[in-house]
Ligand binder design. Structure first.
Ligand SMILES: [Zn+2]
Length: 247
């Protein structure tokens, strides 16, 4: 089980909850496309990021992923799924698969090792999975934090079965641009540093990329086709991407 961190909890209250109580009136009761229940979506932000299902904690981007999977894979029981998130709201739904592998990334654990809570340490640019062994990879707001995005998609291609796909969201920007890069082990900022909230790091995590609608044109190859499959949806105009390994 993940440990309760009092400092992180207090910081979340101070930075996310208290300053955003004015958005509470936007709280709604509606059907959740992630847990498939009538639920309260508590509102703690102007946009959709912190409009959360109180049953499963899903927000719009997780609902996009769940809805697409349900529409394209009616039966998960024969599929091997990898999610780049060890505490995802999709966890209960994805556990209906043949094998559901939850992953996290840290330099402090061996790649491929499994933590006490059952999640596996994986680097999207150096995965430990065999070639053509995974049916579906899922990530939500992860890829913008990967310095070498081309390498991430190469690994996606390597481990996916033919016809398999990587379903992902990234924060929506007007065009795809590198914000920072690693050169000779040194971090170089190209644009003003932007940090996103990260459950594993109270200080947040650096965004290496802005990702725009041109992402697919830039990173698709003859063998890995990257397209928008849903959205834009909601106030944040969220879109859902699919990187499919061509047979
Ligand atoms: Zn829900």
């Amino acid at each position: 089980m993940s440990q309760f961190n009092l400092n992180t909890f207090i910081k979340k209250l101070r930075t996310r909850v208290f300053p955003n109580l004015s958005y509470l009136p936007q709280t709604r009761i509606r059907y959740c496309k992630c847990c498939m229940m009538l639920s309260v979506f508590i509102s703690l932000s102007e946009g959709d990021e912190y409009k959360l299902c109180i049953r499963c904690r899903a927000n719009t981007r997780y609902e996009l992923i769940a809805a697409y999977l349900r529409s394209t894979c009616q039966d998960l029981s024969n599929l091997v799924l990898v999610e780049l998130d060890n505490r995802s709201p999709l966890r209960r739904y994805l556990s209906n698969s043949k094998e559901y592998i939850r992953t996290y990334y840290t330099v402090d654990a061996s790649p491929g090792s499994t933590s006490e809570n059952g999640s596996r340490c994986e680097d999207i640019t150096h995965l430990t999975f065999r070639d053509s062994s995974i049916d579906v990879i899922i990530s939500s707001d992860v890829l913008e934090h990967v310095p070498n995005l081309s390498k991430a998609f190469q690994e996606t291609y390597r481990v996916l079965k033919p016809g398999g796909f990587h379903l992902f969201t990234v924060p929506v920007c007007s065009k795809t641009e590198k914000r920072a890069e690693i050169v000779n082990s040194e971090l170089i900022h190209i644009k003003e540093p932007v940090y996103h909230s990260d459950p594993l790091n109270p200080d947040g995590i650096l965004a290496f990329w802005d990702c725009g609608p041109d992402l697919g044109e830039i990173f698709s190859t003859d063998d890995l086709k990257i397209t928008i499959v849903d959205g834009p949806l909601g106030k944040d105009r969220r879109i859902l991407w699919k990187a499919e390994k061509i047979v």
